[in-house]
Design a protein around this ligand. Structure first.
Ligand code: AMP
Length: 395
C-alpha cells in the first residue's frame, strides 16, 4: 500500500501538491471546472491540519514554451473561489526560478500558492532532474493528486518523488480503490461496457478483464470491427481492418472462458454523420452497403438494461454512438441513466466522453466513481502499474 495523507503530520509543513488542473478552456474561459473541484479536498485536508500548499499542474500542450493562453491564471482564480482561501498565483514563465524560490521562502504562516503551467518548462515532459530538484526545494512533502497524468513519468509527478517524502492524495487514493482494488476482487456479476471509436485503445482492457468479467458489452464504433470478425456486413461504418484478427481472438477467448460478449442487436445508420441527417434502425447483421452505424438501437438498449439488472460491479468506458450529435446520443444517455439507477452495485465510469454524459445527465452523484483520467484509467484497467503512483513511498 502506498503512503497516503494519513501517513504524515502536516502541521507547519510545506506540501508540494501535483494536482490535475488541466481543464478545458474556451477563449480564456474555463468551460468545465470538474478537475479543479476534485482537487479541492486534498488541499483542504492539508490546510485543515496546519500545512501550506504549493500546487503545481500542467494545462494543455505548450510543448516546453511559454504560451500566454495556457497560463494557469484563470485556474488560480477559480480555485480561490472554490477553496474559499487566498490563492497566490506566481506567474513565472519558467515555473520556478530564484525569484520564485525567494518569494515562497519569505512567506510566513499558512498559505496556498499555485505555480505556472509546468509544461512551460522543457524539462517537465523530459522528466529533467534539475527541474524536479528545484520544485523539491520549495517544500517538505510531496503529494501526488493528479491521477490524469499518473500514466506519464514527468518531472512534476515522478521526478519530485525522488527528492521528497511522498504520498498519494485523496483523489488518487479513490481512483486506485475503484479502478484497481474493486476490479481485482469484483463482486459478481461483473459487467464491463466498452465503447468509443477504437478497438485499438481498448484491446489491453479487454485482454485484462476477459478473465475477470462475467459479461462484456461492446458498442460504439468498436463494435463494427467485432461485427466484421463475425462476418457481418458493416457498410461504411468505422472498422479497424488490422484489428479484425484480434477481435476474432477475443471472441474465441471469451467463449473458452464462458464470458458473454454482447454486441448490439440493432444499429442506427445514416449516409453521413451530421445533425439533421435521415436515420433508420437496422439489424446489426445487415448494415446497408451505403450506410454507417452511429448509435445502438432500442432493442440493444433493452438488452443492456436486462444484462445490467443483477450486476454488482459495472465498469463503463466509451460512448455507445456519436453522442455529440443529439439524434445519435440516445444509446449513450440511456446507459448513463441505467447505471445511475442500479441498486447495490459498484458503478465505475471512466473516459472523458462517458463521464461527461453522466455529468450532463445530472447523475454524477448516483455513480460510485467517475474517473478523472482518460488514458490513466485505461492503463489501470489494463492492469498496468502507473509510474506516477508506483514512485510513491510504500506505507
Ligand atoms: P474514444 O475516444 O475511443 O472513447 O471515442 C469517443 C468517440 O467515439 C466519440 O467522439 C464518438 O463520437 C465516437 N463514436 C462512438 N460511436 C461511433 C460510431 N458509431 N461511429 C463513429 N464514431 C463513433
Amino acid at each position: 500500500m502506498k503512503k497516503n495523507l494519513k501517513s504524515f503530520d502536516f502541521e507547519n509543513k510545506r506540501v508540494l501538491i501535483r494536482a490535475d488542473l488541466n481543464v478545458p478552456m474556451d477563449e480564456g474561459v474555463i468551460s468545465n471546472d470538474v478537475r479543479i473541484r476534485k482537487s479541492v479536498p486534498t488541499i483542504k485536508y492539508i490546510l485543515d491540519r496546519g500545512g501550506s500548499c504549493i500546487i503545481i499542474s500542467h494545462l494543455g500542450r505548450p510543448k516546453g514554451k511559454y504560451v500566454p493562453e495556457m497560463s494557469l491564471k484563470p485556474v488560480a482564480e477559480r480555485l480561490q473561489e472554490l477553496l474559499g482561501y487566498d490563492v497566490n498565483f506566481i506567474a513565472d514563465e519558467k515555473v520556478v526560478s530564484e525569484e520564485v524560490k525567494k518569494s515562497i521562502g519569505e512567506l510566513r504562516g499558512q498559505f496556498v500558492v499555485l505555480l505556472e503551467n509546468t509544461r512551460f518548462n522543457p524539462e517537465e515532459e523530459a522528466n529533467g532532474e534539475e527541474f524536479s530538484k528545484e520544485l523539491c526545494e520549495l517544500a517538505d512533502i510531496y503529494v501526488n493528486d493528479a491521477f490524469g497524468t499518473s500514466h506519464r513519468a514527468h518531472a512534476s509527478n515522478v521526478g519530485v518523488s525522488h527528492c521528497l517524502p511522498s504520498a498519494i492524495g485523496l483523489l488518487v487514493e479513490k481512483e486506485v480503490d475503484y479502478l484497481h482494488e474493486s476490479v481485482k476482487r469484483p463482486k459478481s456479476p461483473f459487467v464491463v461496457i466498452l465503447g468509443g471509436s477504437k478497438v485499438s485503445d481498448k484491446i489491453g482492457v479487454l485482454e485484462n478483464l476477459i478473465d475477470k468479467a462475467d459479461k462484456i458489452i461492446i458498442f460504439g464504433a468498436m463494435a463494427y470491427t467485432f461485427f466484421k470478425a463475425k462476418g457481418y456486413e458493416t457498410g461504411k461504418s468505422l472498422v479497424e481492418e488490422d484489428k479484425i484478427d484480434i477481435a476474432k481472438k477475443i471472441l474465441k477467448k471469451a467463449e473458452e472462458n464462458s464470458v458473454d460478449i454482447i454486441l448490439p442487436e440493432d444499429t442506427v445508420v445514416v449516409s453521413e454523420i451530421k445533425s439533421g441527417a435521415d436515420y433508420q434502425t437496422v439489424d446489426s447483421k445487415n448494415i446497408p452497403a451505403d450506410k454507417m452505424g452511429v448509435d445502438i438501437g432500442d432493442k440493444s438498449i433493452g438488452r443492456i438494461e436486462q444484462e445490467l439488472k443483477n450486476a454488482r460491479t459495472v465498469i463503463w468506458n466509451g460512448p455507445a454512438g456519436v453522442f455529440e450529435i443529439e439524434e445519435f446520443s440516445k444509446g449513450t444517455f440511456s446507459v448513463a441513466k441505467m447505471l445511475s439507477e442500479l441498486k447495490g452495485a459498484v458503478t465505475i465510469v471512466g473516459g472523458g466522453d462517458s463521464a461527461s454524459a453522466v455529468e450532463k445527465s445530472g447523475y454524477e452523484d448516483k455513480i460510485s466513481h467517475i474517473s478523472t483520467g482518460g488514458g490513466a484509467s485505461l492503463e489501470m484497467l489494463e492492469g498496468k502499474e502507473l509510474p506516477g503512483i508506483a514512485c510513491i513511498e510504500e506505507a
